[in-house]
Design a protein around this ligand. Structure first.
Ligand code: NAD
Length: 411
């Protein structure tokens, strides 16, 4: 099928490349001309394990290309996916301006009957809103909601072997047929498609992310309680997670969840509830608990140094919001660095993949080092923020020799 992926970020690039991998003719289109130039030059602008190989193979096979002419790419396609960003507005709701813009471009550029698929995370009512925008197009445009559940760090695998594919579609017609065919290659062993109406599909994405975030916030509160009463949160997690009704995933305490999805999606769900007159108290508290948790490491350091961080040299291992990605959006490390700098500490940071993302934000206010052990040289404390595998079994003798004080805070 001829397919256009509008928005070539973490979701669009992975999805576009994987749809090419399953035999479709895909154009990844984006208004960011620099990004498109880099992709055309064979560079992959994000770090995502396995993605580079999929892109290389499909570009070489003539199935995958890149364009900054979004209108032309849309006009040439039978199926258009919307994978643009939907960041938080100041009231917590989702900013849909990029989605609207793509829908307007579709309405102006469409040259045949087509299927328009909303893959971006969008609030309840967006399918209807987009349908209104494309209603005046010269050819029928069928609008389907298809929220994405891939995890950064394992996105290619998630796309090709998904737990489920949620499709929100009101009509029994060409859209269902097209979506069924597109996802058929990843449903060979079992049908993974969960069909529903568009409103339910839109809500499913927010509910899934909020429920995962809620588990993390709950365990972060329990970790604080464990510290006070002398329990070990890892033992508690193990004991609790072995109950099959609960399950072991997303029960790890840490320095607060980050990323481009959980914080914004929890807030957006709270906002949807508010607009609908339903107070979603658990979701709202999940967000508040996480905000507080993002200050936990700085509070521990401050307490250790009798309230004075001035001149203290703090080494940080891990800037990305989780391992196996270079994505630093809303990472707890950023909150920590901001606090340390405002308290007069010196920060030396290392991350295997995310330093290029962090450099523009801090310039020379933070020292970035290529070798993790160089960060520890003369440090008063070492903080482990992102659980990259390479940090998991460090050479403690080397650290002890390098550090000024032997203090490690494990987030
Ligand atoms: P991103 O910021 O990495 O990428 C968005 C891309 O859209 C950018 O390259 C931007 O230049 C482009 N864009 C913006 N406006 C455009 C326009 N009018 N026309 C063409 N391109 C345009 O974002 P992302 O992380 O890929 O997320 C995209 C959507 O998917 C969001 O709604 C997000 O919530 C959702 N989502 C993200 C993840 C994830 O792990 N990142 C997972 C599931 C769902």
């Amino acid at each position: 099928m001829k397919l256009c992926m509008v928005g070539t970020g973490y979701v669009g690039l992975v999805s576009g490349a994987c749809f090419a991998e399953t035999g479709n003719q895909v154009v990844c289109a984006d208004i960011d001309e620099k990004k498109i130039e880099r992709l055309r030059a064979g560079e992959v602008p994000i770090f995502e394990p396995g993605l580079e190989e999929v892109i290389e193979r499909n570009v070489a096979g003539g199935r995958l290309s890149f364009s900054s002419d979004v209108a032309a790419a849309i006009a040439a396609s039978e199926v258009v996916f919307v994978a643009v960003g939907t960041p938080s507005r100041s009231d917590g709701g989702a900013d849909l301006s990029a989605v609207d813009k793509v829908a307007e471009t579709v309405a102006e550029s469409v040259e045949r009957e087509m299927v328009l698929v909303l893959k971006s995370t969008v609030p309840v009512g967006t399918n209807t809103r987009v349908r209104r925008i494309v209603a005046g197009a010269p050819h029928p445009v069928h609008v389907v909601s298809n929220p994405e559940f891939l995890k950064e760090g394992d996105a290619v695998n998630d796309f090709l072997r998904p737990d489920r594919i949620v499709l929100g579609c009101d009509e029994d017609g060409p859209a269902r047929d097209v979506m069924g065919r597109l996802y058929h290659p990843v449903c060979l062993d079992r049908d993974r498609i969960v069909w529903m109406d568009p409103v339910s599909a839109e809500l499913t994405k927010y509910v899934a992310n909020t429920m995962l975030a809620m588990r993390i916030s709950f365990m972060n509160e329990i970790a604080a309680l464990c510290e006070k009463v002398g329990a070990d949160v890892h033992s508690v997690r193990h004991g609790v997670g072995s109950d099959q009704r609960i399950g072991s995933k997303f029960l790890y305490a840490g320095p607060g969840y980050g990323g481009s999805c959980f914080p914004k999606d929890v807030r957006a769900l709270v906002n949807t509830g508010r607009e609908a007159g339903v107070e979603l108290e658990l979701a709202a508290t999940t967000d508040r608990v996480n905000d507080r948790q993002k200050g936990v490491i700085a509070r521990k350091l401050k307490q250790h140094f009798d309230g004075d961080l001035r001149g203290k040299r703090v080494a940080i291992w891990g800037i990305a919001f989780k391992p196996r990605t270079d994505d630093i959006r809303e990472s707890a490390t950023l909150t920590l660095i901001d606090t340390l700098l405002s308290e007069g500490a010196q920060v030396v940071a290392h991350d295997p993949e995310a330093m290029d993302e962090a450099r523009p934000r801090y310039g020379d206010r933070v020292t970035f080092v290529d070798d993790a052990y160089d960060a520890a040289m003369g440090a008063d404390a070492l903080v482990l923020m992102t659980e990259w595998r390479q940090y998991q079994n460090p050479n403690f003798d080397q650290l002890a020799a390098a550090m000024h004080r032997k203090l490690i805070v494990d987030g």
